[in-house]
Design a protein around this ligand. Sequence first.
Ligand SMILES: C[S@@+](CC[C@H](N)C(=O)[O-])C[C@H]1O[C@@H](n2cnc3c(N)ncnc32)[C@H](O)[C@@H]1O
Length: 499
Amino acid sequence: MICPKRTSELLDLHLAPFKDKDPAWEIGVSKIAGRGVMATRSLKRGEIIFKDSPLLIGLAAHEEDALNACTVCLKELPDTKFMCRQGCGLPVCPLCAKKKQHKTDCDMFKSWGPNEPEVANSVIIRLLCIARAINLTKDQRDLIYCLQANLDNNHRTEVRNAAKCFKNFPTDKKLIEIMNRTVAVMRTNGFDKTTDRTNDNQEFNYRALYPLFGVMNHDCIPNSYYTFDEKTNHMVVRAAVDIPEGFEITTTYTKLFTGNIARHLFLKMKKGFTCKCPRCSDPTEKGAFISGLYCRDTNCTGLVVPEITGLPHPNWNCLECKQKSTHAQMMKSQDFASGAINAKSNSNSLKTLVQYLNEKCASFIPDSNYVVIDAKITVLQRLQVGREDCSEELAANTRLRYSRDITQVMDKLGLGDSLLRTQWEELLRREEERRAKRQAEEAEKQRKLAELQAKAAEADKILAAFEAEQAAEAAAGTSASSAGDPATAPAPPPLAESV
Ligand SMILES: C[S@@+](CC[C@H](N)C(=O)[O-])C[C@H]1O[C@@H](n2cnc3c(N)ncnc32)[C@H](O)[C@@H]1O
């Protein structure tokens, strides 16, 4: 392990432009693994712990990605004529083409001689983020070297493949070593256009290395969460719960709503370690049953969960009838449910998806299963954009119901704040406000109706009394005339003039 003191010195230099005078964190020796980030004072839930800026950032440029984005400002460009005219093989916008960053990138790649500089090539564009390490200052490069690098057999492949796209790719061992090391550091600590790594299903479209964040260890119930500032690409890390002084500040390298087996596999394959946090050691995942499936025995109503063995294909146990099932058997149920729900999620009709989730799914998959949670998150995200083919009432009820469901899962898992939770809580608050407003409006309508009805009843009463009076008067008149009273007898019709 590299000395925490040296790591702190290098991080101080990197963060100098915006580091707090009295930072809430320090680098220390972790009880989880190697170095970690520790709280220097107690932190309140929601408080900003630190901001980090990317030491390296570039386009992720995966094979399937559109490549018309500027390699400096990272913004999308028109889909023709976006390549630099100097022959470096990099897309760049007219404004950034004049900037120092592009000049440095352009000089380096031009000297390596891209095979087809006028054609956007994902391998070349993707390499830029790594190759930029060559032109960093010594302190910055030391910081890269100071971060953990899990050196697997594959970490040299990227540079080796990229070399084939240039005519004069450097052969200098030192330069190649810098790039290979940077690839390994990126894989261990960086972001690569993936939502897998983010704690919140928040999209991050670039390849980047945030060095202070790179010292944070993983916990499946992290006590911090992060967001990105879209303008500066700075990362902001906040306390998800109250964190006492001296406690380690943790993050999650996986999505929050994946089951034990999927998280275990991801951490083992991509990050090279086995997590031993309380969530990973509990087959029920703190009673949230994110991996839970129905028992295969149709007479049993129990939930089946995977055994904690650390194996990729564990046996599963029914918590009710104790029947054991093989991993392959349970995966059939999971795959069927995932296929059915994903097909509906991909359909154009939001109403169909909501109805399917509300009326059909419970018959073949428990509500707690991650596929159902994911689909509900999809619905909420789509509802944030518009209510599509859902009625106002269905949209309102769904927002309320699903955000409550997801908040409940978070509570069971013991998850504190996160971007998702803040969003759902805001949704719940707004929906409850709307509901209260609608109820108040309805009550006011009823009050007015009752008032009108009372007035109408009063009017009816007056009218009835008047009519009764009239009738009485008429009756009195009739009896008077029949009694021959000339004063009250109706006037006789005028006699026709006799001629
Ligand atoms: C981003 S680094 C974290 C900082 C690292 N501890 C250091 O000293 O630089 C990621 C590496 O830390 C280790 N690590 C992080 N979280 C861990 C955990 N929960 N259990 C075991 N190892 C962990 C793994 O070796 C992982 O590849």
